[in-house]
Design a protein around this ligand. Structure first.
Ligand SMILES: Cc1cc2nc3c(=O)[nH]c(=O)nc-3n(C[C@H](O)[C@H](O)[C@H](O)COP(=O)(O)OP(=O)(O)OC[C@H]3O[C@@H](n4cnc5c(N)ncnc54)[C@H](O)[C@@H]3O)c2cc1C
Length: 316
């Protein structure tokens, strides 16, 4: 059936990255749809392998552990949560998981898997073999671009849009995980594949499609990971980038770690581990690109910045 349109929105989202070994019904699943979760739940007995050390991988490891499984993680990076934590900070997240008995295989990848007597046998690139009852793969997401490509729209990692969420083709808009729109901390288009960003982009696309011009202010990457043992909140730039300096501080005697990334006097990234207090205003300072007075970055990472100081800076 052919539908005509005056304005069209592409919000096709993203799919899970599926390694070659994960294709087929072999007790290896990515986690995207409810049916994936139900299959994993059905087979969550005995031992589980989690491939991937990002948010989905870490949450899955805790989830399987809560169900009483033995859990082994296979993480291609040298440490867990490498997209959001420095090696120094990740030690805390790793200790928490290890305290529950989770085994970590770092700088490791699965080369192949085999069905083995109602189990899965994973062979790592190192040659190590691990048997398990279920294997969950959390290796990131990939935007669904087939529609945009077939329509000849400009595409990089995602569908490129202008400040009005309009693609390279007039009257075709894009929003959400499939869309590459302005990221305020990077100053260029980027994919920030999280729900609040998708919702906000949808709002701006809708306004413009309805004839109410509204420039999208841009997004900031942000995530919150709450587990039985920890609470991680991060936003903005977390990796070395030109002109960005990092302030990091572990609170003595506490399982707390704070990191703030600054470009000159503008905050552009943050990561708070087990320190949710004050995180909200700091994320907002990053979103709005508010300059910080001398001493404030240090006070933020030491946990000594008062809510009053932060809100005063925000409303300045
Ligand atoms: C396991 C997991 C955990 C997550 N946890 C969080 C979290 O804690 N917090 C958070 O903020 N975000 C989280 N996310 C990310 C969040 O789900 C996405 O950012 C958000 O759903 C993106 O919304 P969207 O509308 O762009 O895409 P989607 O929600 O993926 O929706 C896209 C829709 O388009 C449909 N579609 C695709 N192609 C076509 C087509 N050609 N024609 C018609 N329809 C099509 C799809 O079937 C789907 O229904 C998580 C994602 C996963 C996979």
């Amino acid at each position: 059936r052919t539908l005509s349109y005056d304005q069209l929105l592409i919000a096709a989202g993203s799919g899970a990255v599926q390694p070659e070994y994960c294709r087929g019904d072999n007790r290896a699943y990515t986690l995207r749809f409810l049916e994936d979760a139900l299959k994993i739940e059905n087979q969550a007995v005995g031992k589980g392998i989690v491939a991937g050390g990002g948010f989905v991988g870490v949450k899955t490891a805790y989830g399987l552990k809560e169900r009483g499984l033995e859990v082994e993680m296979v993480v291609s990076s040298p440490h867990l949560l490498s997209m959001v934590m420095s090696e120094r900070a990740a030690v805390w997240a790793e200790r928490d998981l290890q305290s529950l008995g989770v085994v970590l295989n770092r700088s490791a990848d699965i080369a192949e898997i085999h069905a083995a007597n109602h189990q899965v046998l994973a062979v790592l690139t190192s040659g190590k073999e691990i048997r398990s009852d279920v294997l969950v793969v959390g290796k990131g997401v990939i935007p669904r671009l087939e529609l945009a490509r077939s329509a000849g729209l400009a595409v990089e990692a995602g569908i490129l849009v202008n400040e009005f969420m309009e693609t390279s083709e007039p009257d075709i808009y894009a929003a959400g995980d499939c869309c590459q729109a302005l990221d305020v901390t990077r100053g260029r288009p980027w994919i920030n594949a999280v729900w609040p960003v998708a919702v906000e982009q949808g709002y701006y696309a809708g306004m413009n499609m309805a004839g109410f011009p509204a420039a999208y202010p841009g997004s900031v990457a942000m995530n919150s990971l709450k587990t039985p043992l920890s609470h991680l909140i991060n936003a903005g730039l977390l990796k070395t980038a030109e002109g960005v300096t990092f302030h990091e501080r572990q609170t003595p005697g506490k399982n707390q770690f704070r990191m703030l990334a600054m470009r000159e006097n503008i905050p552009v990234g943050m990561m708070f581990y087990n320190a949710p207090e004050g995180a909200g205003p700091v994320v907002n300072l990053i979103r709005r690109g508010k300059p910080l007075s001398p001493g404030i970055p240090e006070a933020i990472v030491s946990g000594e910045a008062s809510l009053y100081d932060l809100i005063k800076t925000l409303t300045r």
